[in-house]
Design a binder for this molecule. Structure first.
Ligand SMILES: Cc1cc2nc3c(=O)[nH]c(=O)nc-3n(C[C@H](O)[C@H](O)[C@H](O)COP(=O)(O)OP(=O)(O)OC[C@H]3O[C@@H](n4cnc5c(N)ncnc54)[C@H](O)[C@@H]3O)c2cc1C
Length: 475
C-alpha cells in the first residue's frame, strides 16, 4: 500500500480517518491550494464502517426535517449521483418501495409522504396493495399498500471511497496508513498528532474517525457526544435470487432505525438487513445467530421465496450512533478543529455534501481557500457493477490487453488484468480485503474456495508480501 511519509513541515490540514467521510473531505480540500494529510489507523482506505453498509444512495425522504443530516443527505444524493456517473462508480436507479403490512403502517404512509416533501423530496407516490403487488409480485401475503420512492438507488460503496482517495492523492494529498492517532497536543499554534510513525503537525485538524470520533474528540479535550456502536448484520444472497425483486423493498421506518430492507446490489446479489443492536465493542463486526435468525424471520414475511435461496455471505457493520438524532459536526472556534462525528446511517450518501460543508467551516475559521489552477482529474474507476461493461466482456479492452481476457475468479468473473491494476499504482491493494473491495475477487458464491490460491499467488507477486502473510498463516 502506498503511504505518505511523516514530514517535518506542518500540513495545512490533517484529516483523521480514511473512511468515506474523511476521503471525501480530502478530495474536496484537494481542489484548493492547501497541503493535506489523511491519517488512517488501518492498512487501507475505506476499511471501517464504510466497507460494510447497505450501499443505498438515499434521497433523504425519511430524514428528520430541518436537521443537518436532512440537508446534507439530499445535497449529497445529487452530488454523489453525478460523481458516480463521471467516475464510473456502479450505480443503479432501482427506486425504493416502502411496504405497509398493517393498518398502522398504512396510515403512516401519508405522513411519510409529507415528511419526504418537508425534506425537499416530492416524487413519492402512495400505492394501493394491487399496485404494490404489480411492481413486486414476490412479496408475501398481507400487503396493505405502499409508498414508491423512485429516487432511491444502489451504489458501489467500495469504489466510492477509493475514487475520492485516488482523486485526492492525484492532487497531492498524502495518505499515511497504519497510522493511528494516539495523542493530540497544541504546540505553538499547531496540532501535533502522535502516531506510531512519528508526530505529524498541522494547522487545522478534522476528526473524521467514525466509531472513534468521540475518542479523538476526547484527545482534543472535548466530550460533546458519545458514540455507541449500533451493529447492523446483513445477509448476501446468491445472484440466483436477483430476479425476486426489482427495487429496494423497505419497511415503514421507526424512530430508531430504517428497519430491515431487501435490496439488490450493483454486483447482482440480494441483500437482507440490517439489524440494529447497540454494542459496547467498536470491533464487534461478527454476525450472530440471533441477528441472522431475526433477518430470516423478517424476510419470510416480506419475500418468502428469498429464504430458500442460497446465501453467499454474511457480514456486519457498526453505525456511529450517538445520544443525538443528528450528525455531530462542530467547529471549535479558535482551536482550528472541526469534529465530524455521529455520521450514523447515511454517511455514504451524504459524504460529498459533508465534505463541502466542512470545507466551508474551515474557510470560515480562517483556512485560506484558493482554488487550484489545475482541477484534480476525476479517476476512471474499474467497472465492478453488473450493469456496467465488465472487463471480461469488453472486447476492446481485451484486444488492448489480453490480461483482461484471463478470468481468475470465475464466480465474479474477475480477470488477471483487474487484479494487476488493483495492486499497482497509488493506494494499491496489499491485502486480500483491499483486493476484494477493488475487484470483487473471492466475493462470489465459492468465497475464494476455487480461485483463492491463484488470487493469493498473484497478490503475493504484485505486493511482495508472502502468501503466508496474506492469508494470516504466518501469525
Ligand atoms: C449496517 C449499516 C448500513 C448502512 N447503510 C448505509 C446506506 O445504505 N447508505 C448510506 O448512505 N450510509 C449507510 N450507512 C452509513 C455509512 O456506512 C456510514 O455513515 C459511513 O460509512 C461513515 O463513514 P466514516 O468515514 O464516518 O466512518 P468509517 O468508515 O468508520 O471511517 C473512519 C475511519 O477512521 C479511522 N480511525 C478511527 N480512529 C482513528 C485514529 N485514532 N487514528 C487514525 N484513524 C482512525 C478508522 O480506522 C476508519 O477507517 C450504513 C452503516 C451501517 C453500519
Amino acid at each position: 500500500m502506498t503511504q505518505g511519509i511523516v514530514r517535518d513541515t506542518p500540513y495545512d490540514v490533517a484529516v483523521i480517518g480514511a473512511g468515506v467521510v474523511g476521503c471525501a473531505i480530502a478530495r474536496e480540500l484537494a481542489r484548493y491550494e492547501v497541503s493535506v494529510v489523511v491519517l488512517e489507523r488501518s492498512g487501507d482506505v475505506g476499511n471501517g464502517t464504510s466497507k460494510a453498509n447497505t450501499a443505498i444512495l438515499h434521497t433523504g425522504f425519511d430524514c428528520v426535517p430541518g436537521s443537518l443530516e436532512s440537508s446534507l443527505v439530499s445535497r449529497g444524493y445529487h452530488l454523489l449521483g453525478a460523481y458516480a456517473e463521471e467516475a464510473g462508480i456502479a450505480l443503479e436507479r432501482t427506486g425504493g418501495l416502502l411496504v405497509a403490512w398493517d393498518d398502522e403502517q398504512q396510515a403512516a404512509l401519508t405522513s411519510l409522504q409529507e415528511k419526504a416533501e418537508k425534506n425537499g423530496y416530492d416524487a413519492t407516490q402512495i400505492l394501493s396493495a394491487a399496485q404494490v403487488r404489480d411492481r413486486e409480485p414476490n412479496l408475501g401475503e398481507g400487503v396493505r399498500g405502499g409508498l414508491a420512492v423512485p429516487g432511491e438507488s444502489i451504489i458501489c460503496p467500495w469504489s466510492t471511497v477509493l475514487a475520492y482517495a485516488l482523486e485526492a492523492a492525484s492532487a497531492g494529498v498524502s495518505f499515511l496508513l497504519n497510522a493511528q492517532v494516539t495523542g493530540v497536543a497544541r504546540v505553538e499554534g499547531l496540532h501535533v498528532l502522535a502516531t506510531g510513525q512519528g508526530d505529524v503537525r498541522s494547522r487545522w485538524l478534522v476528526n473524521a474517525a467514525g466509531l472513534f470520533s468521540s475518542d479523538v474528540d476526547g484527545l482534543c479535550d472535548h466530550d460533546d457526544f458519545t458514540v455507541t456502536p449500533r451493529r447492523g448484520e446483513l445477509v448476501v444472497f446468491d445472484k440466483l435470487a436477483r430476479d425476486l425483486i426489482t427495487s429496494i423493498i423497505l419497511p415503514v421506518p421507526t424512530q430508531r432505525t430504517k428497519g430491515v430492507l431487501i435490496a439488490p446490489t450493483v454486483y447482482g446479489n440480494v441483500l437482507l438487513g440490517p439489524t440494529a443492536d447497540d454494542v459496547d465493542d467498536p470491533f464487534a463486526t461478527a454476525t450472530t445467530e440471533q441477528g441472522i435468525t431475526r433477518l430470516f424471520e423478517a424476510a419470510r414475511k416480506v419475500v418468502p421465496k428469498l429464504v430458500d435461496e442460497e446465501v453467499t455471505a454474511t457480514y456486519a457493520g457498526l453505525r456511529a450512533a450517538t445520544q443525538f438524532q443528528d450528525y455531530q459536526i462542530r467547529v471549535h472556534a479558535g482551536e482550528a478543529y472541526v469534529c465530524v462525528g455521529g455520521i450514523r446511517s447515511t454517511g455514504l450518501t451524504a459524504s460529498m455534501a459533508i465534505a463541502e460543508y466542512v470545507t466551508g467551516l474551515l474557510g470560515d475559521e480562517g483556512l485560506e481557500l484558493t482554488a487550484r489552477m489545475l482541477v484534480p482529474e476525476t479517476p476512471d474507476m474499474a467497472p465492478l457493477g453488473e450493469q456496467q461493461l465488465r472487463r471480461y466482456l469488453d472486447a476492446a479492452a481485451i484486444g488492448r490487453d489480453p490480461a483482461y481476457g484471463q478470468v481468475v475468479c470465475h464466480c465474479e468473473r474477475v480477470t488477471q488484468g483487474e487484479i494487476r491494476d488493483a495492486c499497482t499504482g497509488v493506494l494499491g491493494a496489499n491485502d486480500l480485503g483491499a483486493l476484494r473491495r477493488r475487484t470483487r475477487a473471492m466475493n462470489g458464491r465459492c468465497q475464494g474456495f476455487y480461485c483463492g490460491a491463484e488470487v493469493v499467488a498473484l497478490l503475493s507477486e504484485l505486493s511482495g508480501r508472502s502468501p503466508a502473510a496474506l492469508t494470516g498463516l504466518d501469525s
